[in-house]
Design a protein around this ligand. Structure first.
Ligand code: PMP
Length: 435
């Protein structure tokens, strides 16, 4: 809310170094959310810096419309190698919303070209978030962000999200939440183009962790009822869940895979939508048949961004980032369970790899939430900032998503600040006075 922001003295960041940010006054902060979930190997990493400088000496930008450029070709080849089997075609854009928008439009156009004209609808999960363009908002379901635009959006089916913390079947979970998804597909498969979902964890929804097997079961259902599966790994991709892609945990090969955020290690805007040979081939024909996918962004396949992405992937290999990450994930898990889980105002601790959500509640026993207007999450992150860490909440959920390069010692510093901030705000007079 700009009216409030204007009155606040928010830091202006001037510099970064490793996992730290420095503002114009020289104050240092731990980057606890990877500068909005993007930074991977840290700020000012020498390999990524050098790759961009080297690319600058070649060319900063040339169009991918009708031409190609060296880094975009190399990166496409590499992405095909490291993503799940079957994905072999790469379409570039420049942010997570467009990566999803592209997948949605391609899925729709595929069925139109196939002559299955009725297949125009999409299935989304409750609380889904896939970006802020109208197409990605259409397949989103966060009331606070999306409701005002309802009349601009195309129609979709909504399936329940497996929000285990608030689930009444929690004790006897057989993933009953999937029954509704199956019913939607069974009854309406003929008019559905695709299911769109984030795998394993719904980030912006408040770090909702799905039960094991949920994701692979959606894959099976989509195949069974003849609809595509669009997997949005904008947040989960590039190591965040402990493996390179969330798909790798359950051996899922989607029909479309959307990547952005960490693709350049957090350096430059770039996105990619990967798909299969079968889908690609449906768009083939002479120009006059007008089967082309008429969609292309100006900075598509930007060479600087692709060079950064190549250096990012090279650094994953050279530094063996994913191997080193496992110990940090375990450390995080132990600290969260031992220290945060028993806190009287933390209702639920959710973690998937290096993605964490701490749900603050007024009453732990009943799970009674804090009223939105109280802005408890916001108060906590302001206190954390005072203590030296940049965080960003999702309502009353405190998100921790540090760069993968964060050391155990830095992780401890982040956890300490986060705990202090939560404790001070939730036990402080202004919040407890309402209890
Ligand atoms: N999908 C997911 C899962 C995301 O988390 C986000 C951004 N938080 C987006 C899409 C949109 O990405 P962008 O902000 O780059 O458009």
């Amino acid at each position: 809310q700009m009216q409030e922001y204007i009155g606040e003295d928010s830091p202006i960041i001037a510099k970064g170094d490793g996992v730290y940010l420095y503002d114009v006054d020289g104050t240092r902060y731990l980057d606890g959310v990877s500068s909005l979930w993007v930074t991977v190997h840290g700020h000012r990493h020498p390999v990524l810096n050098q790759a961009i400088k080297d690319q600058l000496d070649q060319i900063a930008h040339s169009t991918l419309l009708g031409l190609s450029n060296v880094p975009s070709v190399l990166l496409a080849k590499k992405l095909v190698e490291i993503t799940p089997p079957g994905l072999c075609k790469v379409f570039y854009s420049d942010n997570g919303s467009t990566a999803v928008e592209v997948a949605v439009k391609m899925a729709y156009q595929y069925w139109q070209l196939q002559g299955k004209r009725a297949k125009t609808k999409f299935v989304k999960l409750e609380e889904a978030y896939h970006g802020d363009t109208i197409g990605s908002v259409s397949v989103g379901g966060i009331g606070l962000f999306h409701q005002i635009f309802a009349r601009l959006l195309f129609p979709t089916y909504t399936a329940p999200a497996p929000h285990c913390y608030r689930c009444l079947n929690r004790e006897a979970c057989e993933m009953q939440c999937l029954d509704a998804m199956e019913e939607i597909l069974q009854n309406n498969g003929g008019e559905i183009a695709a299911v769109v979902m984030e795998p394993l964890i719904q980030g912006a929804a408040g770090m909702i962790v799905h039960p094991p097997g949920f994701f692979s079961r959606v894959r099976e259902l989509a195949s069974q009822y003849g609809v595509f599966l669009i997997v949005d790994e904008v947040a989960t991709g590039f190591g965040r869940t402990g493996k390179m892609f969330a798909c790798d945990h359950e051996g899922v090969s989607p029909d479309f895979l959307c990547l952005a955020k960490g693709i350049t290690g957090g350096y430059l805007p770039l996105a990619a939508t990967l798909t299969t040979e079968k889908i690609f081939n449906q768009f083939m024909g002479s120009y006059g048949e007008l089967k082309a996918f008429f969609h292309g962004h100006t900075y598509t396949g930007n060479p600087l961004a692709c060079a950064a992405a190549l250096a990012n992937l090279e650094t994953f290999d050279k530094e063996d980032t994913l191997t080193g990450l496992q110990e940090k994930i375990s450390h995080l898990e132990v600290s969260l369970n031992e220290r945060f889980a028993p806190h009287p105002h933390i209702g639920d601790v959710r973690q998937r790899g290096f993605m964490v959500g701490l749900e603050l509640v007024r009453d732990r026993t009943s799970g009674e939430p804090y009223p939105t207007a109280e802005r408890v999450g916001h108060k906590v992150i302001k206190e954390a900032r005072r203590l030296g860490a940049i965080l960003r909440p999702l309502g009353n959920v405190i998100v921790l998503m540090p760069p993968l390069a964060t050391t155990i010692q830095e992780l401890e510093e982040l956890l300490e600040i986060t705990y202090q901030a939560i404790d001070k705000v939730t036990r402080g007079p202004s919040v407890e006075a309402h209890a």
